[in-house]
Design a protein around this ligand. Structure first.
Ligand code: PMT
Length: 220
């Protein structure tokens, strides 16, 4: 039996979407199901890690041996992730909303008579991944995802540099059999001076393959 790859390491993983509330009945969300992040959490626990899974709203069971913290908004996800540090590894698999409504209406927004349009004002959310990567009590490895519909390598390598990541896992979204919601995914990992292609497979298998790479980069 091979030794567990992540024995004794503390791993914080974000997963799922965030919901940004507009009023008591409506929100801005996205298509993330949480499957990729949950697969990583399950695989990391099997590899001996102490795993904290910070999860947006999803319909998934908590993987065995994983400590799960449920959140709703990007702001709550940031609090929970920062609160789970220090850790050895952070993996940002969540689809965190880049924008949130400037105001949450305390009451249900009503239709305005005489107009056919509604304009929402959104403001940027803090970038959790960049904030974790900038932590001074340095983690051993900070891993981001890049969900792209086009020019995947260019944008993924941009995130690696701009957010000062150790590793970025790029996956194409907006396609069948991969990305959001699907049980399958394909990815390319990029780091400074290298890359590795992971052909399409189940998210469970991909998670195990990605964790082997993560363990390798840890010791690189
Ligand atoms: O959940 P599934 O249905 O299984 O789908 C999996 C997935 C496609 C959501 C997942 O594999 C994935 O790509 N997750 C990242 C989605 C995303 O929001 O990517 P991005 O390129 O917009 O963000 C880049 C990175 O910055 C991500 O690691 C993200 O977690 C992080 N980020 C983004 C914005 C923000 N405010 N804070 C962040 O930490």
């Amino acid at each position: 039996v091979p030794a567990p790859l992540l024995q004794g390491l503390r791993v914080v993983i974000s997963a799922g979407p965030t919901y940004e509330d507009l009023d008591p009945v409506r929100y801005v969300g996205n298509r993330s199901s949480g499957k990729m992040g949950y697969a990583l959490a399950a695989a990391a626990a099997r590899q001996g890690a102490q795993v904290v899974l910070v999860s947006g709203p999803v319909q998934l069971a908590t993987p065995a041996g994983v400590q799960r913290v449920d959140v709703r908004s990007a702001a709550q996800m940031r609090e929970a992730v920062l609160g789970a540090l220090p850790a050895d590894i952070y993996i940002g698999a969540a689809a965190v909303s880049d924008y949130t409504p400037r105001q949450v209406a305390p009451q249900k927004l009503k239709k305005t008579a005489g107009t056919q349009t509604l304009t929402l004002e959104l403001v940027r959310t803090p970038d959790i991944l960049a904030e974790v990567a900038a932590q001074t009590n340095a983690l051993k490895l900070v891993v981001g995802f890049a969900a792209e519909t086009h020019e995947v390598e260019k944008y993924a390598r941009g995130k690696l540099v701009d957010k000062r990541l150790d590793l970025v896992i790029a996956n194409q979204v907006g396609i069948a059999n991969g990305g959001f919601e699907s049980d399958e995914n394909a990815a390319t990992a990029y780091w400074q001076g290298g890359e590795q292609v992971f052909p399409g497979t189940s998210k469970a298998v991909l998670a195990e393959q990605l964790l082997s790479l993560i363990a390798q980069r840890l010791h690189a």
